[in-house]
Design a protein around this ligand. Structure first.
Ligand code: EPU
Length: 444
């Protein structure tokens, strides 16, 4: 693993020949589109699973090893957050080793949390293990307000005292007591934070209307391997029977495949009218996505539980998409799907129900010739015969993947995508994997 811990906007110094001055040239992806993707690609471990598993290792008070870890800047940042707590963490060769035997600090600083909101999930395990935590409020981000009220309410129901002061959540609990907690909406992160806090609570906790994302199942299985007692993860009702901290111990686990990386490659294959075999996937986690791809006219075959072939030969048909919590169509693939629909035959309506502001890709896709009009939380996408290469800027992780897909599909010109720090947070070697499928893409 080679990415730096805190990645700012990547840049290179360029000489301005006539003046001897230097200007910063931001790192970019250069894409010459119009080539169908063909071949096979191995899918990496899931970002949204491994980050939470790293936080959960705090519960063990021991040494944990995670395998099949993707090479992402977010993984390095989470390692840094946990190191700041006093743990020893090594990240190498798709494996993370975390020794949380001696924690000396219970604070996650604003410097890290503000850059990378997933770190907020250290709150639950710190409360469970140490009875205290001080974690910076993550604040909003490009895609929405991203409140934490459900985390706060759930932890209070377990008996924690929570004060929000000077931009930090201060949580304290002499003891946590199991409770029945109904979530007003199935928040992925709140489900995880409450589930982890409840691991060592006295008695039983039941989370009602829990989020059902498969990454929560991965997390619960890892916690159970460390001595926890969680059942029902992956359903709307999760039951956590509290165990003593002394009964927790280290564990070894492997991260599930990244369904969002898989979906991204599948949409890229469709956009370029390609033929791609995905290996190391979990096909049954992608049904909502495969169903929409079939509506678009792609042929998607599940060859084995861990292998999917996607072929597109007869153009792309318009279809309507509405994002939903899992098992509905994921918000994290909405932008990528929109890039494909922008060259479909006919008009599609894409509706975003999870975040208030997740259409940041629209203005950039328009620069490439797309015809998209946003009204409220819906976007009307009128398919165009082709897209044209342009300089575009990423606003967030999934929007950047959408721009890469649009660049790969663009029938004319060169696309230059900047804002790559977003992409590197969540995609493991995206451009080399795309190159291995025949794409003309490189980083400069
Ligand atoms: N929400 C609240 N109150 C809360 C918590 C959430 O109102 O206390 C709202 C949020 O503002 C948002 C919605 O509920 O509008 C969904 O938020 P959720 O808590 O479910 O999402 P999350 O845990 O913050 C994770 C993923 C996201 C993914 C969502 C939905 C990680 C690190 N992040 O976020 O992934 O979109 O679940 O599945 O697991 C990504 O990978 O690009 C990404 C953004």
């Amino acid at each position: 693993m080679s990415k730096p811990v805190m990645q700012k906007v990547e840049s290179k110094q360029l000489e301005v020949a006539d003046k001897g001055q230097t200007v910063e040239a931001e790192e970019r992806l250069i894409i010459r589109g119009g080539k169908p993707l063909t071949g096979s690609v191995k899918i990496a471990g899931a970002k949204n699973s491994v980050l939470k598993m790293m936080a959960a290792a705090i519960l063990s008070g021991d040494v944990c090893v995670l395998k099949n870890v993707p090479d992402l800047t977010d993984v390095h940042m989470m390692a840094e957050v946990i190191r700041q707590l006093g743990a020893k963490v090594t990240v190498a060769d798709n494996e993370v080793t975390i020794d949380t035997t001696n924690l000396t600090n219970f604070e996650a600083s604003y410097e890290l949390v503000s850059q990378f909101r997933a770190s907020f999930v250290v709150l639950g395990p710190l409360l469970a293990r140490a009875g205290q935590a001080k974690v910076a409020l993550p604040g909003g981000c490009a895609i929405g307000e991203r409140r934490i009220d459900l985390h706060e309410r759930g932890l209070k129901l377990l008996g924690a005292e929570i004060n929000i002061e000077h931009g930090y959540v201060n949580a304290k609990a002499a003891r946590l007591i199991g409770s029945r907690i109904y979530l007003d909406k199935p928040s992925h992160g709140a489900t995880e934070n409450i589930m982890m806090a409840a691991v060592n609570a006295e008695g039983q906790t039941i989370i009602e209307n829990a989020a059902q994302e498969p990454e929560i199942v991965d997390l619960a299985e890892f916690i159970n391997a460390m001595g926890g007692k969680i059942s029902g993860a992956g359903t709307y009702q999760i039951v956590i029977d509290g165990v003593s901290t002394a009964d927790m111990h280290g564990a070894v686990a492997s991260t599930m495949p990244d369904r969002l990386e898989a979906g991204t490659f599948m949409f890229a294959a469709i956009a370029t009218q390609g033929d791609v075999l995905l290996e190391g996937v979990d096909a049954h986690l992608l049904y909502s996505v495969i169903s929409k791809m079939s509506d678009m006219g792609a042929e998607v075959s599940i060859l084995a539980p861990d292998s999917i072939r996607v072929r597109a030969r007869n153009g792309i048909r318009a279809t309507d998409i509405t994002t939903q919590p899992y098992p509905g169509f994921p918000t994290d693939l909405q932008a990528q799907a929109m890039a494909v629909l922008s060259i479909a035959e006919g008009t599609s309506i894409v509706t975003e129900t999870i975040y208030e502001n997740r259409f940041m890709q629209v203005a950039e896709l328009r620069r490439m010739g797309a015809d998209i009009v946003v009204t409220g939380n819906s976007a009307v996408v009128k398919g165009m015969p082709k897209l044209m290469g342009a300089e575009v800027r990423s606003s967030d992780l999934r929007a950047s993947a959408a721009l890469v897909i649009a660049g790969l599909a663009a029938a004319q010109g060169v696309t230059e995508v900047t804002g790559l720090h977003h992409l590197d947070r969540g995609y493991d070697h995206l451009e080399s994997k795309l190159r291995s499928l025949g794409a003309d893409i490189y980083r400069r």
